[in-house]
Design a protein around this ligand. Structure first.
Ligand SMILES: *Cc1c(COP(=O)(O)O)cnc(C)c1O
Length: 233
């Protein structure tokens, strides 16, 4: 079985090759999604040079953050967030990828400790118009961004999506391409917004070709998650 270090290198190589093949000009940051994997697995990834980690579930995430607090890691909350759990995210994370409502944004803004830099956030977009998926309708993105950009303790960095699990590079890329236009629109009101968070183990190449600047990879770094029912995003 390949080590986590080897799989990390493999994923970095895939990213570089995807950039080359699609003649992409953006930089692509790798967020290693460690949900359902152990502190020890995270340590192995850190030893191999990985700094940014993504988590979906608050309690296990907080345990990992605490256990690894001696290391300077970057923590990304990438799961759905209930408003009553916003404080722990405001206090412990560097990024939230799934912001989708003003009420939550205001709470995070109030709860972000003053000694920390503003919380980096992405607005989650339901790019596939899938009623089963969370995220904002495309038409709601800019109006919400306008309001959120006024909040001083939150830094609106860009957009995130979880597309339908289509097969094949072209189909995946076509589904993700509208995110690029939407980021351009966002940049009209938020010139600092520079992030497109998209691309998972199964669609990394298509996401990079469609302009991703941050890919969130779990399975291809840490292996399958322990319980198959957690394998859907
Ligand atoms: C689990 C998860 C990922 C990682 O998915 P893999 O297919 O294991 O790479 C990425 N993004 C989100 C939002 C997730 O929940």
């Amino acid at each position: 079985m390949k080590s986590i270090a080897t799989k990390l290198t493999d994923v970095q190589t895939r990213i570089s090759e995807a950039i080359l093949h699609s003649q992409a000009t953006q930089k692509v940051q790798l967020v290693a999604v460690s949900k359902y994997h152990s502190v020890d697995s995270v340590r192995q990834a850190v030893a191999a040079g990985q700094i940014a980690f993504g988590e979906n579930y608050l309690q296990p995430a907080l345990e990992k953050i605490d256990a690894l607090s001696a290391l300077s890691l970057q923590w990304h909350f990438i799961g759905p967030l209930q408003s009553n759990k916003s404080k722990a995210v405001a206090e412990n994370f560097d990024w939230l990828h799934t912001l989708d409502r003003l009420k939550l944004a205001k709470r995070l803004n109030d709860q972000r400790p003053q000694h920390l830099t503003p919380l980096n956030v992405c607005l989650q977009v339901n790019i596939s118009h899938d009623p089963a998926k969370s995220g904002l309708a495309v038409a709601d993105v800019i109006p919400l961004a306008q309001q959120i950009s006024q909040l001083p303790n939150i830094k609106l960095r860009g957009l995130m999506c979880i597309p339908m699990q289509k097969q094949g590079f072209e189909a995946q890329k076509q589904e993700l391409l509208p995110m690029q236009d939407l980021l351009k629109q966002l940049q009209q009101i938020c010139p600092d917004a520079d992030t497109l968070s998209m691309g998972m183990s199964g669609d990394l190449e298509a996401a990079v070709a469609a302009g991703a600047t941050m890919v969130r990879i779990g399975t291809d770094i840490f292996g399958p998650r322990p319980d198959p029912k957690y394998n859907e995003a």
